[in-house]
Write a protein that binds this ligand. Structure first.
Ligand code: FAD
Length: 507
């Protein structure tokens, strides 16, 4: 057999220009400078202090631990530097009905028995009049309810090993931390406002960006991290934006930090209001708050009044208004420009997914890293994957609105009655019949997340899966009781999160 050799090319991408130094820009610069900057290759970050960053984005999902680990960031140092806290999930207040409260915790509910999903066994118990609350069977929820935290050691056993967590942190401090890391790894920061984008007359690819004063920054590949505006992907390449506001009509947020009134809780709170919802994100040094609302149903001054009336501590800065349109860029990658972060799209922060979408884009680009003659097939693959994850997140967020029983305002009636994407309608119907959840492809939100939101918002299946009947009811009830006690007792033994952070030298 004649061996065919893999070709060595001189077609390598040597200059990556990152446009923008917000969270997205410095995440990309830190990741690419670690793996790609080996002497000849250059990573250049262009940012403008005069323009600044969006400056919000403080809650994350557990996958961020993988990003930090990839960069060898020690967790305690990271928490100290970003004034971070732990996040065990999100507490939702007033979503199903006014007065309702539930937690969407990270991690699983209970332990599957003989391959039968735990929630199906719980549904059967519930149908028999037992079972209690499903969140009694989550290690993260049990710890969150007591304000406690423990980091499972490597090789820890259940139930403590079932604690799953993410972080709250100061996004500006995170970007600054990543900048120091990226610069140590060889990334070069170029201060200045980009005033012009130059393109190749033939291919249409971007060749350089021009700064105020005329300086040109040339590159082979450009990462557009310029925020909502999409300086390259939209202003220059006119890629187009797919607007999803008919499903997610929120279009404004008012953000305002306050002083902590008590030791920080290890969870985010999302409280529904008349035409939107309010976040509360406790950090070490302050609490981040914001009211996300729909301007078609609420005026800005009213939204601000609601925020100011309901925050807990002293106001630390003036409220700041941010406008947005929910949706995504038609192509995240066009020509030799890959958009990351707000320039590639935005879905309201109800499940804290934006920073994850940046991380996901970076990981995907690692997997499909091009050469100078970019293959359309590989670029299409990137765009297909990004679309998939954006649509998955979109559907999961829509669920929170669609699955409401609230009818106290026109806003809630309109979202309750709206048409939803077919992909979500199918999932809701599968749940309605037998409480089944099917995760498609590498969908971000897994079974426990769907179970938490469905049950938390009073969406009950008509029946449980008949497979649950193959197990003896009394033995299952006993096993469940043991699990419940295990979670409760373990949570009681954990330290309050502040104590944990201080003893780990992370505060
Ligand atoms: P930006 O922070 O806007 O950065 C843009 C950069 O581009 C800046 O450095 C700017 O100087 C530069 N730039 C722009 N134009 C030019 C120019 N002409 N010349 C030179 N430089 C330029 N995400 C989460 O994961 N969790 C959350 O809880 C969360 N909450 C959010 C709440 C709200 C209300 C909003 C709007 C977003 C939230 N996000 C959240 C998203 C998160 O803030 C962003 O995904 C993240 O900060 C990334 O932003 P970015 O870097 O894309 O853009």
């Amino acid at each position: 057999m004649s061996a065919r050799k893999v070709i060595v090319t001189n077609n390598r991408i040597d200059r990556i220009v990152v446009v923008g130094g917000g969270t997205a820009g410095w995440m990309a610069a830190a990741a690419f400078s670690r793996y790609f900057d080996n002497g000849r290759r250059k990573i250049i970050v262009v940012e403008s202090d005069a323009i600044g960053t969006v400056g919000v984005g403080e809650a994350t999902i557990p996958a961020i631990k993988g990003f930090n680990a990839m960069l060898d960031i020690p967790e305690n140092e990271f928490l100290r530097e970003t004034r971070g806290t732990f996040k065990l999930g999100i507490e939702f207040v007033n979503w199903g009905r006014q007065g309702d409260r539930y937690i969407h915790p990270f991690g699983a509910f209970g332990t599957d028995l003989h391959g039968i999903p735990f929630h199906q066994l719980w549904l059967r118990e519930h149908a028999r009049g037992g079972g209690g609350d499903i969140t009694d069977f989550s290690m993260s929820a049990a710890a969150a309810a007591l304000g406690r935290f423990g980091r499972p050691a490597v090789g820890a056993r259940p139930p403590v090993s079932e604690i799953n967590y993410a972080f709250h942190f100061d996004a500006t401090l995170y970007a600054a931390y990543l900048r120091r890391l990226a610069e140590r790894q060889g990334a070069i920061r170029q201060e200045g406002r980009i005033v012009k984008v130059h393109r190749d007359g033939e291919s249409g690819d971007v060749t350089s960006v021009e700064l105020e004063g005329g300086r040109l920054v040339e590159g082979d590949l450009f990462l557009d991290c310029s925020g909502f505006r999409g300086l390259l992907i939209e202003d220059a390449l006119e890629t187009g934006y797919e607007d999803w506001s008919h499903w997610l009509p929120m279009d404004r947020a008012i953000a305002m930090p306050t002083a902590n009134r008590s030791s920080p809780d290890p969870f985010t709170r999302a409280t529904a209001h008349a035409a939107g919802w309010q976040w509360r994100i406790p950090l070490q040094h302050r609490t981040g708050n914001g009211h996300v609302f729909c301007s078609a149903f609420m005026q800005e001054d009213e939204a601000e009044r609601i925020l100011r009336d309901t925050v807990e501590g002293e106001e630390l800065a003036d409220p700041r208004l941010i406008r947005f349109t929910t949706g995504m860029r038609r192509k995240a990658w066009s020509h030799n420009v890959v958009s990351l972060g707000l320039s590639s799209g935005f879905i309201e922060p109800l499940e804290s997914t934006s920073i994850h979408l940046v991380q996901n884009g970076i990981a995907r680009l690692f997997g499909l890293f091009p050469e100078k003659d970019i293959s359309p097939v590989e670029r299409d693959e990137y765009n297909r994957g990004m679309r998939e994850i954006y649509e998955d997140v979109r559907d999961f967020i829509i669920l929170h609105y669609k699955a409401t029983q609230r009818d106290d305002t026109e806003f809630w009636r309109s979202v309750r009655d709206m048409d939803i994407p077919a992909s979500l309608a199918r999932k809701m119907e599968l749940w309605r019949l037998h409480g089944r959840v099917f995760r498609e492809n590498a969908e971000l939100f897994t079974l426990p997340s769907w179970v938490a939101v469905m049950l938390g918002q009073n969406v009950w299946p008509e029946r449980y899966d008949p497979i649950a009947d193959t197990l003896d009811e009394n033995r299952v009830a006993q096993a469940m009781e043991k699990m419940r006690a295990g979670y409760r007792q373990t949570a009681q033994q954990l330290p309050p999160q502040e104590q944990f952070l201080r003893s780990a030298n992370a505060w």
